[in-house]
Design a protein around this ligand. Structure first.
Ligand code: PMT
Length: 399
């Protein structure tokens, strides 16, 4: 469960395009995240997806016919407009975009757009030529100037067979935009934050490397949480197979040496550093230029130490707040406190990685956050996104 969504009222407007079917997935995801969802559909939208589907998924009546309840129509759009914490129109056709840009209110959806004071998001979806038409672009620009949020469509094969811009944005992107609006604490505005995430790969030969089990999930969750809270975020990431969060500056690296150079390069601009990466402590001393051939004899790889990035950050610290991570399977407190002192940190998160339920690769984490001033905060097992916010809540007290 993501706390940004818990108990929040999300009004979903669906207009008539083939992408209307994706609104079902969006509704289902938002309900699973803990929000309340009500749906308003245009008459055309009901021809692409049956209101019953949305009604079943949202658990609420779907509003689709202007004269569904004639005597209540005048108040219906006002009631929905007031109910919404946020209003998202997905898919938004050229027609609904044009109406909203010109203040036309001739059905329940367009009337509700005009009547609401809730932050409103448009996720356009249409044929490429339509999308690129000057009038549609002008209307989108107008909406942006009025303070509406536009989630640009993606590129790809469209239902009409054309190839290009116009595909409804990914549901993940729509959810991220909603999350950014729903998160009320914008307490990192003006801060620049450096996050490291993922493993590093240390090359053995052109086809082999040494690495570790870090998925990048923890570091990505911290980067995302900082961005949602208003910070400018630099994410230095080792190789991962997960999508990076939106709205952060991504710096992709392979090895510990590359991570060292990139991190040190960004350090002087940063106010807070979260070092969630699992950096390889050793690299192969002599990297083979060709693939090592197997034989019957054992082979020996000589390893040499990689630079300790966090140690260097601690040594050269000026105004920055340094938050280290210590992945431990035993003696959590003792090892973490040693790193806190030795690396001149402000905080260290002693990450209990002894169980599969938390730490490496899991969607969950648990640990103890130690502050150099003696404060100790135990963070129980929770979703890594909520865990990230809990760490930030503590670190922010220190600013
Ligand atoms: O990526 P996930 O699958 O989500 O998993 C998350 C995690 C378990 C990797 C993460 O929560 C975590 O605990 N990261 C730190 C893992 C680690 O390498 O700990 P360490 O005790 O080896 O290092 C201590 C600190 O020094 C870390 O902040 C590390 O980034 C840093 N370090 C270590 C070695 C090195 N050469 N340079 C460093 O900067």
């Amino acid at each position: 469960m993501n706390s940004s969504f818990t108990g929040k009222n999300i009004l979903l407007g669906i207009s008539g395009g083939i992408a209307a079917y994706k609104a079902a997935d969006l509704t289902s995801r938002l309900i699973k995240l803990g929000s309340n969802v009500k749906v308003v559909m245009t008459k055309n939208a009901t021809r692409f997806i049956h209101p019953l589907t949305l009604e079943s998924l949202s658990g609420n009546q779907v509003y689709h016919d202007t004269f569904q309840s004639t005597e209540r129509y005048d108040i219906e759009h006002i009631a929905l407009a007031k109910w919404a914490d946020v209003f998202v129109i997905a898919p938004a056709t050229a027609n609904v975009i044009g109406k909203a840009a010109c203040g036309i209110a001739d059905d329940l959806l367009s009337t509700t757009i005009l009547a609401t004071e809730a932050k409103t998001i448009f996720a356009p979806a249409m044929n490429t030529v339509m999308y690129q038409k000057r009038v549609v672009q002008d209307n989108l620009k107008k909406l942006e100037d009025f303070g509406y949020v536009i989630i640009p469509p993606g590129k790809g094969r469209l239902a009409c067979g054309d190839w290009g811009e116009g595909k409804l944005a990914d549901v993940d992107d729509i959810i991220s935009a909603l999350e950014e609006i729903l998160w009320e604490k914008k307490d990192l505005v003006g801060k620049r934050i450096l996050v490291t995430a993922g493993p590093t790969n240390e090359t053995i030969d052109p086809v082999r490397f040494i690495s570790n089990r870090s998925s990048g999930k923890m570091g990505y969750a911290i980067a995302k949480a900082c961005a949602i809270r208003g910070a400018t975020v630099d994410l230095v990431t080792g190789p991962t197979s997960i999508d990076p969060p939106k709205g952060v500056n991504i710096h992709s690296v392979e090895s510990a040496k590359e991570m060292y150079n990139t991190t040190i390069g960004l350090y002087s601009y940063s106010d807070i550093v979260f070092k969630a990466a699992a950096v390889a402590d050793y690299r192969v001393q002599e990297v083979a230029t060709d693939k090592i051939k197997k034989g019957s004899e054992p082979i020996t790889l000589k390893l040499e130490r990689n630079p300790d990035i966090l140690l260097e950050l601690g040594r050269t610290k000026k105004h920055q707040i340094l938050v280290g991570f210590a992945a431990e399977t035993q003696e959590l407190e003792q090892y973490a406190l040693r790193k806190l002192k030795d690396k001149n940190l402000d905080f260290i998160l002693a990450n209990d990685v002894s169980t599969k339920r938390s730490g490496f690769q899991s969607d969950f984490n648990q640990g103890i956050l130690y502050c150099i001033n003696g404060d100790v905060e135990t963070i129980p097992l929770m979703d890594k996104e909520d865990f990230a916010h809990r760490i930030i809540d503590e670190v922010i007290k220190y600013i």
